[in-house]
Design a protein around this ligand. Structure first.
Ligand code: SF4
Length: 368
């Protein structure tokens, strides 16, 4: 647990009550959002930094606050079967409930400074901005939205009211009850499956694998469209046996139609001594996944024509050809059926492919 230079206070306009916590017999209050189960004394923050104890309850301290807004291609989340080619208004807050040594967004997720959160926006303002900028969806990304779920759910609702969908990029490290409530407000998710070994999870992320697998199985039972990403880190989670075990579990528990992305690591945060992932490692992982019967396996953060292409399971034609985040060729109908053989691809398709391309557009919303 952490104490903070910035004292917690109910009077802060960005501090709101939360639901998932209970009193412990020893006087502490336990947050029940994620398996960390932070037990808090008065004034203490949880490991995620954004939730903490004020009085006898747990509060969220970053409602309406953000580390910044940006319009990205939806392919960057990554989502390959969700409104392809469209722009998504993306934002995050500060803090995270995992502590990955390889974090690729550590300046945000590891921030202990509320000053990182220099932007602010009400759910309505955010939804209006998404509409104004022609975004088909908003994404909670850069850090894990389960830790600011109260804000994320209100944003998702305000977006839905305006025909804009909501996407979560999450590690899926969340308890059953908040999981149900949180994903009940969302249209799509990309879940980071960081490895397929509990030892890796415990040592490198300070979390546990089974809770993440539960989230994946839970999502399989819902209408939320979801895809999965594994960042392959040389020497840590890129062995053939581990990848094969992941793919076997994936095929058995999620089925062949959930897209799986293998993406490339770059040295960062506390793992600067590990080299970047060689493209061949991603191609090898993709081969293993295809051998296990998965139909939609992609490689990320590299130029890889095969790993960026969706093949129609009906007629084996390439139906979406991508280069990194850019769509080069698109042969699906407005509803996502193969234009050649009519096979319906799994995913969310609503109209022609967008033309956003690979652009990244920072957006200035209200400062606090
Ligand atoms: S959400 Fe934050 S405060 Fe709550 S248990 Fe997880 S890390 Fe701790």
């Amino acid at each position: 647990m952490r104490s903070s230079a910035e004292a917690l206070s109910d009077a802060d306009p960005h501090t709101v009550p939360t639901r998932y916590w209970h009193q412990c017999a020893d006087g502490r209050v336990q947050c029940d959002v994620c398996p960390r189960a932070c037990k808090l004394h008065e004034g203490q923050r949880g490991l995620c930094f954004v939730r903490g104890r004020v009085g006898d309850r747990v509060v969220l301290t970053t409602y309406g606050r953000s580390s910044g807004f940006c319009v990205d291609p939806v392919e960057k989340k990554p989502l390959a079967h969700f409104l392809p080619g469209t722009p998504v208004l993306s934002f995050g807050t500060a803090g995270c409930n995992l502590a990955c040594r390889f974090c690729q967004n550590w300046d945000i997720s590891k921030s202990r400074e509320i000053d990182t959160l220099s932007a602010s926006a009400s759910p309505e303002a955010l939804a209006e901005t998404a509409v104004r900028l022609g975004c088909r969806s908003v994404a909670f990304t850069y850090n894990d939205p389960v830790i600011f779920m109260e804000y994320a759910m209100d944003v998702a609702d305000a977006c839905r009211d305006r025909g804009v969908r909501a996407v979560a990029v999450s590690a899926g490290y969340v308890n059953a009850e908040p999981r149900r409530e949180f994903f009940g407000h969302l249209d799509a998710a990309n879940i980071d499956l960081k490895a397929f070994s509990d030892a890796f999870y415990q040592k490198i992320t300070f979390a546990q694998l089974p809770a993440v697998l539960e989230t994946l199985e839970y999502l399989r039972s819902t209408d939320v469209w979801f895809e999965v990403t594994t960042l392959l880190i040389p020497g840590h989670n890129d062995g053939d046996a581990e990848i094969a075990a992941e793919c076997a579990w994936f095929a058995e528990h999620l089925g062949p139609d959930v897209p799986l992305h293998f993406s490339a690591f770059h040295p960062d945060f506390k793992m600067r001594d590990v080299p970047p992932t060689p493209p061949e490692t991603l191609r090898r992982a993709r081969r293993i996944a295809l051998e296990h019967g998965l139909r939609f396996v992609y490689t990320g953060n590299v130029h890889d024509p095969d790993g960026g292409t969706t093949i129609c399971p009906g007629c084996s034609a390439p139906v979406v050809v991508r280069d990194w985040y850019r769509i080069e060729e698109y042969r699906l109908t407005d509803r996502g059926a193969c234009a050649r053989c009519g096979y319906q691809l799994p995913g969310v398709y609503d109209g022609p492919a967008g033309t956003w391309g690979a652009r990244r557009l920072p957006v200035l919303l209200g400062s606090r």
